[in-house]
Design a protein around this ligand. Structure first.
Ligand code: DCP
Ligand code: CA
Length: 370
């Protein structure tokens, strides 16, 4: 007890977790479609009318300077910052943008914990690239695709990664290892730890504990006496930067494929193309039903003598369009030497990501398969 955890920071054998947190999320989205409001205090909440009931969902950093905070009644925000621009909450729009952001994150790691509309954890353990480089690439791609900034924290667990993402907002990138605990985490107020709400904060204050470092100095037995065994232990471990909790990931398929073995071996190009189109259509329909798009189309071909080959093609952009997938599959088919009869044909799409709801809605209607 009490001994600091071994340094299992990024780059060594330990876990490598990223926490991605969008900056002033709802407000940043509103500013994207109302650029004339940039630089002004903007408050997003309720119906956007501070004379009516409702609370602040979020505020631009300019409005926060006046003391406007999430959860505050709009009326109070109005009193603190009368010149603020008040906007209504457009939840459906934010959810669509959130999907776009998550789709970008899934391109970097399939091990993703969706932690809310505007944040997620990513597991990069074992990644060959340094986590800082991946984090910079994520920030760049999120900005390219959505025009929004995020702050990223890198750490050996979820606890430290989440603390890190909040250390350099907005547009920040912070790496925390267990070795940084004393210098960078212990000065923080206990409230910043996950699992410390207003009630726990108040009870810790009666014990003379306000900072994480002060919490770390309290014997575990004292914490369990006050908070019970589970919560006491969790507080003790959090203060020491210990967190073994796994990411709660949702399972994501990596590919969608269909293949057919023919009743009789096929030779004719036209017949092969017809079969290929049908397979491409089935794959595309499955992807569309699952809300997924993919980038790489691969065709598998087995000759009558069982010799099997594949040819693949990566598209410029992910798609679930049956026409695009069928054309890519035909282009792959053209690259097989067609000398022998064929007994099996397959189409697979990999590089799957979730289709951003917004992109889906604004996309032109899918072209018909040829
Ligand atoms: N939100 C809300 N009501 C709250 C808190 C938050 O509706 N009481 C919404 C609005 C936020 C989003 O959730 O935009 C994310 O909340 P955060 O607390 O992460 O705050 P922001 O993303 O707005 O700002 P920050 O840059 O500090 O992360
Ligand atoms: Ca946020």
């Amino acid at each position: 007890m009490g001994s600091p955890p071994a340094d299992d920071g990024p780059g060594t054998a330990g876990r490598c977790i990223l926490h991605v947190d969008m900056d002033a999320f709802f407000a940043a989205i509103e500013l994207r479609r109302r650029p004339e409001l940039r630089g002004l205090p903007v408050v997003v909440g309720g119906r956007g009318d501070p004379t009516r009931r409702g609370v602040v969902a979020t505020a631009s950093y300019e409005a926060r300077r006046f003391g406007v905070r999430s959860g505050m009644p709009l009326r109070v925000a109005w009193r603190r910052c009368p010149e603020a621009v008040f906007l209504p909450v457009d939840f459906a729009h934010y959810a669509a943008v959130s999907e776009q952001v998550k789709a970008v994150l899934r391109e970097f790691s399939p091990a993703l914990e969706d932690a809310g509309l505007d944040e997620a954890f990513l597991d990069l353990t074992g990644s060959a690239r340094p986590p800082e480089a991946v984090a910079r690439a994520i920030k760049r791609r999120v900005r390219e695709r959505t025009g929004l900034t995020c702050s990223i924290g890198v750490g050996p667990n979820k606890l430290l990664a989440k603390l890190a993402s909040d250390m350099d907002k907005p547009d920040g990138l912070t790496v925390l290892s267990a070795a940084d605990l004393e210098r960078r985490v212990w000065p923080l107020p206990v409230r910043r730890l996950q699992g410390v709400g207003p009630k726990t904060e108040a009870r810790l204050e009666t014990l003379g504990v306000r900072t994480v470092g002060e919490l770390a100095a309290v014997p575990e037995s004292e914490l369990t006496a006050h908070f019970g065994p589970a919560h006491g232990r969790a507080l003790h471990e959090a203060a020491l930067g210990i967190d073994d909790s796994p990411l709660v990931t949702t399972w994501e398929p990596r590919s969608v494929s269909r293949e057919t073995t023919f009743q009789r071996d096929l030779r004719e190009r036209a017949e092969l193309e017809r079969r290929l189109d049908a397979l491409a259509a089935a794959v595309a329909a499955h992807m569309a039903a699952e809300g997924r798009v993919g980038r790489t189309v691969t065709v598998k071909l087995r000759y009558a003598d069982f010799e099997t080959h594949t040819r693949g093609l990566t598209l410029p952009a992910p798609t679930a369009d049956p026409g695009v997938i069928a054309r890519a599959a035909r282009a792959c088919l053209d690259r097989f030497p067609r000398t022998r009869p064929v007994r099996l044909l397959g189409v697979r799409v990999t590089g799957l990501t979730r289709q951003a709801a917004e992109a889906g809605r604004s996309a032109p209607a899918g072209s018909e398969p040829p």
